[in-house]
Design a protein around this ligand. Structure first.
Ligand code: NAD
Length: 257
């Protein structure tokens, strides 16, 4: 399928899953906008690399997804948004009685509230274009919980609820809104959790990967960023026109347990 003529904005896409999604949307022909809160040469070079390799238009726009006005400004500055992927996210692992309040606030702001602002800004552009796809990158933790991840689990359950509400509000329009719920994907976000989890459980790295992270992933394999990008491309295809307000798990069977 071709997404030629469509413009996709993917929040938090200079790394990990977001970057994988941008690549797959670009390979399918969409023009892409990469985003994060930094403004480094290498951020812009990522966009240039995608443009050079795929022939689509690609650019990098700095905006901090912890700030509501910057979330809205990202969409407004680009001025067109056929595909919005709310992907930016952070994690912090600690028991709730030791969970720093500023980490709670940051996780809720970046992983949940940013999607409220970007979606509110993008829907008028989608309506004008007569077509739109909102894709929220939730998590298996949007459907189940794990200890020590109170803010993350709350934010991811929240974004699943937001997904359903936006889908109902757009149900009679050529716009869909869905959430993808990945299991573990070996990205920098997951790498960063390993030391804390090693400390929390008193385990070495290999044991954390096998017995904690992939313990609930029956396939015993990480999902890949390419698979998540491919799922986004599918949600933009004609076959997915009647798929709205739902979650698609890419979790090696985690939520079947
Ligand atoms: P990552 O750390 O590689 O990427 C996170 C991205 O968000 C980066 O591009 C980072 O720059 C960006 N970001 C962070 N704070 C930001 C801010 N204030 N403003 C703008 N951008 C910001 O992590 P990832 O694993 O690729 O995670 C991407 C998404 O996938 C997150 O929402 C995460 O919760 C979700 N997810 C990841 C996994 C996994 O196993 N990796 C599993 C389920 C869900």
């Amino acid at each position: 399928m071709s997404l030629a003529g469509k413009t996709a904005i993917v929040t938090g896409s200079n790394s990990g899953i977001g970057l994988g999604i941008v690549w797959e949307l670009a390979r399918a022909g969409a023009d892409v906008v990469l985003n994060s809160f930094t403004d480094r040469e290498e951020d812009h070079a990522l966009a240039q690399g995608i443009a050079d390799e795929t022939g689509v238009k690609a650019r990098y726009v700095r905006a901090d997804m912890s700030k509501g006005d910057q979330c809205r400004a990202l969409i407004e500055q680009v001025g067109v948004c056929d595909i919005l992927v709310n992907n930016a996210g952070i994690q912090h692992v600690a028991p709730i009685d030791k969970f720093p309040a500023d980490k709670w606030d940051a996780i809720i702001a970046i992983n949940l509230t940013s999607a409220f602002h970007t979606t509110a800004a993008a829907l008028p552009l989608m309506r004008k274009a007569g077509w739109g796809r909102v894709i929220n990158i939730a998590s298996a933790h949007g459907l189940t919980a794990s200890p020590y991840k109170s803010a993350y689990v709350a934010a991811k359950h929240g974004i699943v609820g937001l997904t359903k509400t936006v889908a109902l509000e757009t149900a009679q329009e050529p716009i869909t809104c869905n959430a993808i719920c990945p299991g573990y994907v070996l990205t920098p976000l997951v790498e960063a959790q390993i030391p804390d989890t090693m400390k929390e459980y008193g385990m070495d790295r290999e044991t954390v990967i096998r017995d904690v992270m992939l313990q609930r992933q029956p396939s015993k394999e990480f999902a890949t960023v390419e698979q998540l990008g491919g799922t986004c491309v599918f949600l933009c295809s004609g076959a997915a026109t009647q798929i709205t307000g739902t979650t698609i798990s890419v979790d090696g069977g985690w939520t079947a347990l």
